[in-house]
Design a protein around this ligand. Structure first.
Ligand SMILES: [Mn+2]
Length: 410
């Protein structure tokens, strides 16, 4: 069974690679996520495009949303690749694309496959392999790259390791599956050394003289906290050249900004801004985290989820206003709100044991109910974007889904 899945998966990668091989255009637009895995994915695809002789334009976005897809597809020609996002949005992208561009979605989040001549989804989830555990988007892009140009791809195997660690795929002690496959190749190429600390592996990136778990959070800081000022570009550059003083200073400055904003927000929640429902506890940061990106509300939820002022049996949901300005695209005509959800550890255990529904189930459902677009969803961490003004309705839909799940499980 195992081998069958792997073979089928490699066949899929091969098929996706054919799309690039037979591409007759000159330019490729790479639309990527703004966390470490997304930046590493962009870095790998940029190299791949260069190798193939295509001009690559990188567009960093925080979320796939119709207004953004419309803007991209109406203003860019040629092939468009979405990576580390888009898996669940294939249908929407296909409709907006309307046969204009060849589109590849290279994602590792849960995905919906579609039957289209123009939009193709490469996602391990569709081959029955968990993209949350065994394949980061970076590892997937590495495999993709490797299928097209093995020797060239091998030079950048360590970038796949950075992306996997960025998505915490080493959380059980070390990376697994296809992430490990990329790791082994990086080790063989002398790019990574594995160090053991108790039951945990750490990956030392020889080129930079630092651990992957030190570098990856910096990339995420540049991409997420530095989103509005395009600091992700420094991050992508650092994937190849390492961190110079200017980049390190930027990371430090952004970390400080985040720390201050988060502390102030915690005080506000303690002082009455936290709303309590039957299954949820939630809050709205409005524009308070600006100019940091909307990934901040997710990071904030992650940091506070086990703090004692919260209830450990309730899903934690945070909202943050989506700025109208997308750095690589300009002004977008939308009124949108980012939604992030996390689970306190005791609730997380119940979800992992199947006693309570996971966020990968609840968030898409609640999101659909208010016409939103869930994208990056995992069992204990998920996000979506909805229209401004639909926040309370979203919470109601979420609560209803939990209630129905509980009823059906007796
Ligand atoms: Mn990812």
């Amino acid at each position: 069974m195992e081998e069958f899945l792997h073979q089928e998966f490699f066949d899929w990668v091969e098929k996706a690679a054919d799309r690039i091989r037979s591409y007759g255009g000159e330019g490729v637009t790479v639309v990527h996520h703004n966390d470490a895995d997304g930046l590493c994915s962009a870095a790998l695809l940029k190299k791949l495009c260069e190798y193939c002789g295509f001009e690559a334009e990188l567009i960093c976005i925080e979320k796939v949303y119709p207004a953004i897809v419309e803007k991209i597809h109406s203003s860019r020609d040629g092939m468009i690749i979405y990576t580390d996002l888009g898996g669940l949005a294939a249908d929407m992208i296909d409709k907006i694309n309307a046969g204009k561009s060849m589109v590849l979605i290279i994602d590792h989040h849960p995905a919906k496959d579609i039957d289209s001549d123009y939009v193709h989804v490469l996602d391990p989830e569709l081959a029955g392999i968990s993209g949350d555990i065994f394949v980061s988007a970076s590892s997937l892009n590495y495999l993709f790259f490797r299928t097209i140009a093995k020797e060239e791809a091998l030079k950048y195997a360590y970038i796949a390791v950075l992306g996997s660690v960025g998505d915490y795929h080493d959380r059980s002690g070390g990376v697994l599956g296809f992430d490990r496959y990329a790791l082994e190749e990086a080790i063989d190429a002398g790019q990574v050394k594995v160090r053991f600390e108790g039951a945990r592996e750490r990956y030392f990136i020889t080129k930079f003289g630092e651990y992957a778990d030190v570098i990856a959070p910096r990339l995420t800081t540049l991409g997420a906290a530095g989103y509005q000022e395009r600091a992700y570009r420094l991050g992508i550059k650092a994937c190849f050249e390492g961190f110079d003083d200017e980049t390190l200073k930027k990371v430090e400055q952004l970390e400080k900004l985040r720390e201050e904003k988060f502390q102030q927000m915690i005080e506000r929640l303690k002082n009455g801004e936290l709303r309590i429902g039957e299954y949820t506890q939630w809050f709205h940061v409005g524009d308070f985290f600006y100019p940091m990106g909307v990934k901040m509300v997710g990071e904030f939820c992650q940091i506070i989820k086990d703090m004692t002022f919260l209830k450990d049996n309730l899903y934690l949901i945070g909202f943050q206003n989506q700025p109208k300005f997308i750095p690589d695209l300009g002004e977008i005509d939308w009124e949108a709100v980012k939604v992030s959800a996390r689970t306190p550890t005791p609730l997380e255990r119940l979800i992992l044991r199947g006693k309570m529904p996971g966020l990968d189930y609840l968030i898409p459902k609640a999101s659909d109910a208010v016409g939103g677009f869930a994208d990056a969803t995992h069992r204990v961490a998920a996000a979506t974007v909805i229209d401004k003004g639909k926040e309370e309705e979203f919470i109601e839909a979420f609560e209803k889904e939990v209630k129905e799940y509980e009823a059906s499980c007796g």
